[in-house]
Design a protein. Structure first.
Ligand code: ZN
Length: 432
């Protein structure tokens, strides 16, 4: 007799938007896909009208633990992730202490396992203390129990070209990747919003597109020079998309991400002076949004990553210039991708699986996630209802923070269930 809690039969579900079929999850794997499955003892989930996608993988999440447990913890952040359909997240290194040693990355990795909602893959800092002065112990983090493969000073740019070159050379030894937060520091001193006519009118210091594009261009050249892997975090400008496109045409090993907020929101929102719209890199122009959507559609931008950045209200409910940069993103990412990419016909659900599961798992060298829903694959699956619409209520979030820019906005779709190795982390849209 099979343990019923270990076995789920999902009936009449559309895998990646295909014809309705049954899906049997048993003993942590996809046991069968097809019609009239032998599912004795299994719990049945009605999949009619739902789309099954592979569990989503986020390459860019801020979980804030250790150090800012008032903003988020590994537990609450991974609960938010599960509610958003994620089964794996990469936790950025800008914690306190910084994740720049084997000890800290192992602590974050272990907290993720204990919480059990989502696999947590710690990102290692590139430089000690994110200070941009000397390389952190990249090899020790790679060899640790956390098996770190993604390294980033995210929040800060590795602006020193020599350090960036050394980091790219170093990670080659263990097939790692450097994920760059592309922000030329001198060009963005005091910057508050996208530089343009609007920043002048609002009296907020401008953040020029070239501050992002100059670093991306330099790093693409460095990655090609040393023959290493570069990943570009949160691409936000049309010029950046063009540089990544050219690098890929040359066959260089460069990947890039776009964030949901940059696919939907524009710099015009800064005119409200509401810091909920303050983010790094800043919201850009409608033309930039258009270019990002095209880049994501044609594969120039490989993945969608959330840059989920929780902040307690005292860091956001203040005047614009004093407010922290960043927005929540895990629980709304799939809905925004549907709104901006799927509903307009720019991506199919198969493409969404590629951009939000397969590709981020490949870039992060994560083996147990990002696999097609076929027999024998790990049962990391999300069931999504694309037909419903919902109004976002910040109070519903599992995050400890409330800084969502989508509160009050109507968005399509809802995550109905998330399975991590065959075990539900979310059922009926609620934490299981
Ligand atoms: Zn960043």
């Amino acid at each position: 007799m099979t343990d019923p809690t270990n076995s789920y039969l999902i009936t009449g579900v559309s895998v990646l938007g295909g014809d309705p079929t049954d899906l049997l999850l048993r003993d942590g794997v996809v046991a069968a896909v097809g019609g009239r499955l032998d599912a004795e003892g299994a719990e049945t989930v009605d999949g009619a009208g739902l789309i099954a996608l592979p569990g989503l993988v986020d390459l860019h999440t801020h979980l804030r633990e250790p150090g800012r447990e008032d903003a988020e913890t590994v537990l609450t952040g991974t609960q938010a992730a599960a509610l958003g359909g994620f089964t794996a997240v990469h936790a950025m290194a800008n914690t306190d202490p910084v994740a720049d040693t084997a000890g800290v990355v192992e602590q974050v990795w272990r907290l993720g396992r204990e919480a059990g909602y989502c696999d947590v893959y710690p990102v290692g800092a590139v430089t000690v203390g994110l200070a941009g002065e000397r390389l952190a112990e990249l090899g020790a983090m790679a060899d640790s129990a956390a098996r770190v493969r993604v390294f980033s000073d995210d929040g800060h740019c590795v602006s020193d070209a020599v350090l960036m070159r050394r980091a790219l050379e170093y990670v080659k030894a263990f097939d790692g990747v450097v994920a760059q937060h592309a922000q030329e520091p001198r060009l963005t001193e005091g910057a508050q919003m996208n530089e343009g006519e609007l920043s002048g009118r609002l009296g907020l210091a401008g953040w020029p597109a070239v501050a992002e594009e100059a670093i991306i261009a330099r790093d693409c050249l460095l990655a090609a020079h040393v023959g290493s892997r570069l990943h570009v975090c949160h691409v936000s400008t049309a010029g950046s998309v063009e540089i990544v496109r050219q690098a890929k045409e040359k066959g260089w090993n460069v990947t890039a991400e776009a964030c949901p907020h940059h696919l939907l929101l524009t710099d015009e929102l800064a005119a409200t002076y509401n810091p909920i719209y303050k983010v790094n890199p800043p919201l850009r122009t409608p033309a930039d949004v258009e270019a990002l959507r095209e880049g994501l559609a044609d594969g120039t931008i490989d993945i969608v990553a959330t840059d989920h950045a929780p902040h307690p209200h005292e860091d956001k409910d203040c005047e614009w210039a004093a407010a922290a940069f960043g927005m929540l993103g895990l629980e709304t990412a799939l809905s925004i991708v549907q709104e901006t990419m799927v509903d307009p016909g720019l991506l199919t659900w198969e493409d969404v699986a590629e951009r939000m599961s397969y590709a981020p798992a490949r870039i992060g060298r994560v083996r147990d996630h990002g696999q097609p829903i076929t027999e024998g694959a790990p049962a990391n699956v999300v069931l999504y209802d694309p037909a419903v619409r919902r109004v976002v209520d910040a109070r519903d979030s599992a995050s400890l923070s409330r800084n969502t820019p989508y509160a009050g906005m109507e968005l399509p779709g809802r995550v109905v269930a998330t399975f991590l190795r065959g075990r539900p982390t979310v059922l009926d849209g609620k934490l299981a």
